[in-house]
Design a protein around this ligand. Structure first.
Ligand SMILES: *Cc1c(COP(=O)(O)O)cnc(C)c1O
Length: 368
């Protein structure tokens, strides 16, 4: 049986039609850039996040760059990022001229924590930039304390965790300014590129609002030299529809994860996602297991037509593009181990019982 790693299904039923209708309606409005649908979505997402200002931008990478620039981060600044994170986050730090400094993740959650960040702080550190990796919220309280005691700013990358909570509050609301992506496969995904900057600071919000649209303060008046990074209206219209279902979509992901969790417990040497500690939450953007036989398992599943992926097979400090950071093989043992043992299983809203049973059965069979 063919099991895709990810695909769009009509879940909850009717979503597909609502998305198609929203696109057509938007197209006919003929206000494709910075129209009322963009403002509408920004306000809805801001309300969802408990009253925040949201600025729609071109993609998640731009959201990160704009967030850092809004804080004045640049040359001479160190920014702490997860050693096992996604490349976009590290690249954004370099883009503004600052230096990415890597912290190892926690061995159970794969997220950076106050304990793993503390040893890498330098006199130049100005920002801690955690990623809520795979959809699991970081332990924010300790990270916030660390920021307070060292006079640092916190910027969340919540591209993989829209709707995940920490102590009952959605992630993306803890940092001074926060960034997310609406890349189609994210939990809140558009039908193309998109992203957003989120903040409670009205000064930062107005700076980003100007800067992302060429620095325009009024029509034909430019207060600063900005960039072009806008969320387009077609994406905003789709995102409004998807946002109305986000909690339902995340609940479905959690339900599927719980089935894996139960069926795969104790199978072979599998290490399953850490079942959430008090305060944190996991919305399973990715369901990542670990095994010392990762490559063999992936190949076995591929032969049975079950698609899996590895997030991420090569640690950032092994990448030629980041060699100048001066890190070496062995500097981040846990990150390196994760890269060789992690495997992401198929999990998406609308995945059928039969498909999931097939994945489980084949994994059990492999470890026989
Ligand atoms: C997807 C993602 C991004 C980048 O988003 P784009 O919209 O593709 O630029 C950044 N950080 C993390 C953690 C992501 O998962």
């Amino acid at each position: 049986m063919h099991v895709p790693f990810f695909t769009f299904r009509d879940f909850p039923v009717g979503l597909q039609q609502r998305v198609e209708e929203a696109l057509l309606t938007e197209l006919r409005k003929n206000q494709l850039i910075l129209g009322p649908s963009v403002t509408g979505f920004e306000q809805e997402f801001g309300r969802y996040l408990g009253g925040r200002e949201v600025i729609g931008v071109g993609n998640g990478y731009d959201a990160l760059v704009l967030s850092l620039r809004a804080l004045g981060v640049g040359p001479g600044h160190d920014v702490v990022v997860p050693a096992n994170g996604y490349i976009a986050t590290i690249n954004a730090v370099q883009q503004v001229g600052a230096k990415p400094v890597f912290a190892e993740p926690d061995s159970q959650t794969y997220n950076i924590t106050a304990a793993t960040v503390l040893p890498v702080l330098t006199p130049r550190t100005s920002v801690i930039l955690p990623i809520h990796l795979y959809g699991q919220s970081c332990e924010m309280e300790e990270l916030l304390h660390l920021c307070q005691s060292h006079n640092l700013k916190l910027v969340e990358d919540f591209a993989q965790a829209q709707g995940a909570l920490y102590n009952g509050k959605p992630v993306g609301t803890f940092g001074k300014v926060n960034a997310t992506s609406f890349y189609p496969t994210k939990n809140l995904g558009a039908v193309g590129d998109g992203g957003a900057v989120v903040t409670q600071d009205s000064g930062i919000a107005s700076w980003v609002r100007q800067h992302h649209n060429y620095g325009q303060s009024r029509r034909y008046e430019y207060a600063q030299a900005g960039v072009n990074s806008r969320l387009d209206s077609l994406q905003a219209a789709v995102l409004s529809v998807k946002l109305s279902c986000l909690d339902v979509l995340n609940t479905e992901r959690k339900r599927l994860a719980a089935i894996y969790q139960q069926a795969l417990a104790g199978v072979g040497d599998l290490c399953l996602p850490w079942v959430v500690s008090t305060g944190t939450d996991h919305i399973y953007h990715l369901y990542v297991i670990r095994t010392s036989r990762r490559d063999a398992l992936q190949e076995f599943l591929q032969k049975k037509d079950i698609q899996t992926l590895v997030h991420y097979p090569v640690p950032p400090h092994f990448q030629p593009a980041y060699r100048q950071l001066g890190y070496r093989r062995g500097d981040f043992p846990l990150t390196e181990e994760l890269a060789s043992t992690s495997l992401s299983l198929p999990l998406f809203p609308g995945m059928t019982e039969l498909e999931q049973a097939c994945v489980i059965e084949q994994i059990q069979h492999f470890f026989g």
